[in-house]
Ligand binder design. Structure first.
Ligand SMILES: [Zn+2]
Length: 328
């Protein structure tokens, strides 16, 4: 259907159509303009596409559509290829002394094992956007807490909290949510099961509901996720639903150009011995879900040939470059 439109791009189209007297310059210019728009932003490109179609006669539409589809495919590929993705580990604490891990097995698998847990947070850079994954302990909150806050570590990377578009939380425990309050302007991405738990009138033991107050009181943007979430819409950073440790527990897949896919497993498992034996901690909310989630991530990692990083296992810290360096 033809209709007039005052959106600003139409006059340019009319100029081309009527000044040149032939249609080709319109298409040529349209394709290059679409490319420029797409590289900046998808939204104006979509508006432009609609405007272009409205300004053409019925006979011209099929050809225009083909050209636009080609331009979209080529330019979308270019835009995605340009979004560099990096992954940096941030220190969010370390056990002051080794802990005995008996309660991390509901089959009494580790009567004598002692391990020093680390508490890991991560910064993901996607083009000009940033995402923080997990926020650890708050400095000074306990003997295992980090000495340097996330905000200070980000400052060393020349990133401010306001630049952090998304804060993804694997689950609601205190050692993953201690510095959530540093990212009040970020969109909170958490599992819906966890969201429901932090909003319960009397949150269950282990639910660090106070960390979420800014969002539960309606002060911040939040996306409670019922399944996976492709964070930037191009498959490079994907939250994976892995319930069981908590109702809304989730892991994170980050696909890096040089290093390949990396999976940050949250507390899907806490250390290698449990990962290898499909061990389930005594305090997980759902044993069957935990096993299903472990099976899912093991299979996914095998299929993608991904590097699995167990966030609490000190032996996995070296799988990423030491701060401030990042994996690319
Ligand atoms: Zn946990």
């Amino acid at each position: 259907m033809r209709q007039s439109n005052n959106s600003g791009v139409t006059p340019f189209l009319r100029r081309n159509k009527y000044l040149h007297g032939v249609r080709q310059p319109v298409f040529h210019h349209a394709v290059s303009s679409l490319k420029n728009l797409l590289l900046r932003n998808i939204a104006p490109a979509a508006v432009y596409t609609g405007t272009l179609c409205n300004s053409l006669s019925r006979g011209e539409l099929p050809m225009a559509r083909t050209l636009i589809a080609l331009a979209l495919a080529v330019c979308a590929g270019t835009a995605l290829a340009q979004a560099e993705v990096t992954l940096t580990r941030l220190d969010c604490g370390v056990d002051a002394k080794p802990r005995e891990v008996t309660r991390f097995s509901d089959t009494f698998a580790f009567p004598d094992l002692r391990l020093t847990f680390v508490f890991s947070c991560y910064l993901i850079k996607h083009g000009n956007d940033y995402m923080v994954w997990d926020t650890g302990f708050a400095p000074g909150s306990n003997p295992n807490a980090p000495k340097v806050s996330l905000v200070e570590q980000l400052a060393q990377l020349k990133v401010t909290p306001d630049q952090v578009k998304f804060v993804g939380i694997s689950h609601y425990h205190g050692d993953h949510t201690g510095q959530l309050g540093s990212f009040l302007n970020s969109t909170l991405l958490l599992g819906k099961g966890d969201w429901d738990a932090v909003n319960a009138p009397k949150p269950a033991p282990g639910v660090n509901a106070t960390a979420y107050v800014h969002w539960t009181k309606g002060g911040g943007k939040v996306e409670p996720l019922s399944g996976d979430k492709d964070v930037f819409g191009n498959g490079s950073v994907v939250i994976l639903a892995t319930p069981g440790h908590t109702p809304g527990h989730q892991s994170l897949l980050v696909r890096l150009k040089d290093k390949g896919p990396v999976i940050l497993v949250g507390d899907l498992t806490h250390f290698h011995e449990n990962w290898e034996s499909n061990g389930v901690p005594t305090f997980n909310v759902d044993r069957a879900q935990t096993l299903a989630s472990i099976e899912r991530i093991k299979t996914l990692a095998k299929n993608l040939k991904a590097t699995v990083i167990i966030q609490h296992d000190m032996r996995d810290v070296g799988k990423l470059p030491a701060f401030p360096a990042s994996a690319k």
